[in-house]
Design a protein around this ligand. Sequence first.
Ligand code: DGJ
Length: 731
Amino acid sequence: MSVTFDEKQRSFHLKTNQTSYVIQIVRDGFLAHRYWGKRINQFNDANELLHVHRPLSPNPDPDDRSFSLDELPQEYPGFGRSDLRTPAYQIRLENGSTTSDLRYDSHLILKGKPALKGLPSVYAESESEVETLEITLKDEWLNLYVILSYSIFESYNVITRSVRFLNHSEERVRLLAAASMNVDFGDADFDLLHLSGAWAKERSMYRRPLYQGTQAVDSRRGASSPHHNPFIALMRKGADETTGEVYGLNLVYSGNFLANVEVDPYHTARVSIGIHSFDFEWLLESGEEFQAPEAVLVYSAEGLGGMSRTYHSLYRSRLCRGKYRDQVRPILINNWEATYFDFDAERLEQIAIKGKELGMELFVLDDGWFGERDDDTSSLGDWYVNKRKLPGGLKDLADKINGHGMQFGLWFEPEMVSLDSELYRNHPDWCIHVPGRSRTTSRSQLILDFSRVEVCDAIVEQLENILRSAPIAYVKWDMNRHMTEVGSAALPAERQRETAHRYILGLYRVLDKLTTAFPDILFESCSSGGGRFDPGMLYYMPQTWTSDNSDAISRLKIQYGTSIVYPISSMGAHVSAVPNHQVGRVTPLETRGNVAFAGVFGYELDLLQFTEEEQQVVKEQVRFYKEIREFLLQGDLYRLLNPFEGLEAAWMIVSGDQSEVFVFYCRILAEPNAGFRTLRLQGLDPDASYTSVDMPERVYGGDELMHVGLRVPIELNGDFKSKSWKLRKIK
Ligand code: DGJ
């Protein structure tokens, strides 16, 4: 049993195999947060709630100055009563008031986990692996119900939370804020970790102490964005990669979000994550409901590494779906950095033939194959083949490429419309815009109004036609701008602030339709690289293009930072040309391969430019990846050296049965007269012996490799040098 209700204490105890989470109904139905942390057998109120009169904290009971919601740790705090901290939600009524008062009404414990209507979410494969607690709160005066859902994935050590609002009142209620979860920690002795950056430098790690006041990361850009990932962790002081307590919060959502931490004067920390309340308002007519997205909560007593491995195993098998969830992914060659917009059928075919010769499996035709598109100023929305570039059409090209033994994949940017396109000329109001105002472009394009069903349907129809017209095995789903003039021509004035969220709901509907209709296609999401790398997208597409920055040295940080939450199997990673197109750096081909191995591997350069010698290196890389990819994509990741902290990076991946191991090390800049480096491995079987595949005569103990360490060879001299090892358990 993952959920127990103690009648006497009126407390709920949620248990995974490693975590306990306790909620209690106190006083007149207030829902208090009592504990989240290492699993305990029983909750006996050891951290008894204390109340003291605090001047300036208001009191719901005039006869008891010691009690105020302002100091009660809560599960889902509201606004307007005696809690003056940041509320998790806020409403506005017809009379303009914004006060509400939720109290416990009832609860339900269910086997399994209901899906979230219209939204992606983590799922249970059988009823027995998850239990769900639904606590219904009610504003008695208004007749508004709020259902807090907690699903406990016991063996994954994960609790998911979400919130549903039901307007049973006679009047219209406007939601001004609706976070997906809130936790009030009893103290604030934490650092805040977040993954932030920009285009080409996504998900850098930032760690800072909590201070009194509000600290937040967010996106108001209409997409989860490369600027901040919808993830934060609170790390206990002193917690690090391998030790200490870490609390992770990740939102299964691809649009505007807010992750907020407020430290109050009494050193408590209120933490929440959910849809951003900025420029958001949702009208609930009498009888209507609103479903907030899901938050995934992970507690780790084994540092950041423990938290990451928990997210990885959950996302690999209970977020990602479809045929490719558990399958190896084809090694691809993408033509973008090889040709950009300048290609013809002949050139593409030659690249594909060379790819096959080197052992690759999938040829991906990127941007520029449709409409009149010769650069990024036109044709988005006109999803028909450009006969000038591909006179035989897509089918002809795909057939030829198939004939050479390669699968064929195609790029789309379905959410967009170019100013210069037939679609825009025919339907100028189909984009996100504000009537009468000029329309701000970005990359010369506007965003299609996916809050409108007819717009979504038209795009789905165009894409379906293309996908049926040729043997297409893979789709790269790109999205290259953020929202301005946020509004929809189809919504009434009072619903304009629903546009951004309705857009994301429309996008999810479209993705659902297409991925359901084409279950054999491997979908990869992309947003100017890794600009929408979030669990919402991973629910529909099991991999994301990690970054437009394909430089191996930049990728050390990008992939390391991404791995804080997202599994290796979700990160597209390609070997590209030198000098690198984004940063101009020249790195060894070996290092470019070694870095890209920790991801869904591929190439993105002109294969026809390789020398004979380079081709041999590439052949060997492809062969090696084929040998390791099965366990690599499903294995446990251990990060060994952090590139954000020094000029080295190292990580390793161990198969579930600990028999196969991949180790990677990179020295970014050579040092004169440097010391020697050993890598203390992790996650091995301490009682087993391992051998290195390239030196089978050397045998090491699992315990030895973990405690004594694996020596990095001295020959590894020079900038940007790296090495990877494959170790195998022999007994
Ligand atoms: C942005 C993507 O991130 C790139 O990989 C490439 O597909 C371009 N768009 C094409 O326009």
